[in-house]
Design a protein around this ligand. Sequence first.
Ligand SMILES: Cc1cc2nc3c(=O)[nH]c(=O)nc-3n(C[C@H](O)[C@H](O)[C@H](O)COP(=O)(O)O)c2cc1C
Length: 421
Amino acid sequence: MLNQPLTLPNGHVLKNRICKAAMTEGLADKNDNATERHITLYKTWAEGGAALLISGNIMVDKRYLERSGNVVAEDESGLAQLSAWARAVDNAGSQLWAQISHPGRQCPRLANLHPIAPSEVQLNMVGNFGRPRAASEAEIQNVIRRFARTAAIVKKAGFHGVQIHAAHGYLISQFLSPLTNLRDDQWGGPLHNRARLLLEIIRAVRAEVGVAFPIAVKLNSADFQKGGFSAADCQQVVGWLNTAGVDLLEISGGTYEQLVFMQPDEMRASTQKREAYFLEYAREIKKIARMPVMVTGGFRSLAGMQAALEAGDTDMLGIARPFCLIPDLANQLMAGQLSTLPHNENQLVLGKGYFGPASKSKSLQALNNQSQAGWYYHQIELLAAGLSPRIAYSPRRALFSHLNKDFMRAMRRKFAKRNAA
Ligand SMILES: Cc1cc2nc3c(=O)[nH]c(=O)nc-3n(C[C@H](O)[C@H](O)[C@H](O)COP(=O)(O)O)c2cc1C
């Protein structure tokens, strides 16, 4: 079942049902270009047998990063490096799709003090994010053109598809949510206005890349915040996506303020038992979606994956964190050599015995999330250097090393920009 090919609506074939979901790499050079390390990393993942590899956030605008170390593709200055990255997967026969993204208010201060967002609603989190500005009409039009341009660039570079990131509280997801979108123009208010940015971006991207090039969308099943983008909103948006020319719909959930996939302890018991966090939402979405659906988040057992495919709750299995520890997990699962994937996220809670229970305060939660992210970033860096993962790496060290590296990268980038000016 896992090794059964999947044919997308445009005739494109994925050789099996396993996808390495997007994970921001943080491996770009000081000019925001892809590097040798991307090539080593994706070659390793491609040889591991997954049909589809989705890159981490590739940004559409240099001014607004998700994190320093992001690759940016706003013009063709980094085309050669992007092409080398895209070619890294060729021998293994995997597909590499570029996730294209704009962070909106989830842009760290080190990259921009006042990023654009639908409205001036600041993240309810410790210090790292500035107060956003409400984007003007011209800026929204510019964002749409930028997504289309970035899609054209990655296509030219040889990527096999694109994924528009509309989940996890980034810019498009901010437009979708009534908590962050307080506008009263054509981009805010009723859901069809809040979804306009996503639909316009898909339309513009399709016009650039043509009908045969796969376009995926990553969408939240819900934001899991009171008054935010709800499961019912998601189902309505999926109805609109049906006629928008989307080839694959990835279902996830949460935002920086409620990063549900990083806090498995807080999931409902029924969800924990089911292992894949968003599967019950996906079941409802599958009733509406006319394109193939991929559920990402929490898949950790062969039995759970097979059951989800057999029940028809998902067509593809999106897996992220375990790929940092077992890069060839797809081959191993399909050969029957592996039945359980590592769930180190459960052991990575920094709070236990040190900062106090993780779930008690927003600030501690944020630190735990940073620690966990840092731990996985470290494993990604090891793989990208051609080394083996280090499970014994300390989560505390991961936190401090990650914050320090982020700062240094941001400074190097600032100096590079200043010297170029
Ligand atoms: C270190 C790390 C980096 C991530 N970066 C991205 C990203 O760039 N884009 C994205 O859509 N999701 C990103 N995610 C979320 C994953 O794609 C995935 O949705 C989440 O980890 C749940 O899947 P899993 O339980 O299999 O890890 C990231 C997750 C982690 C742990």
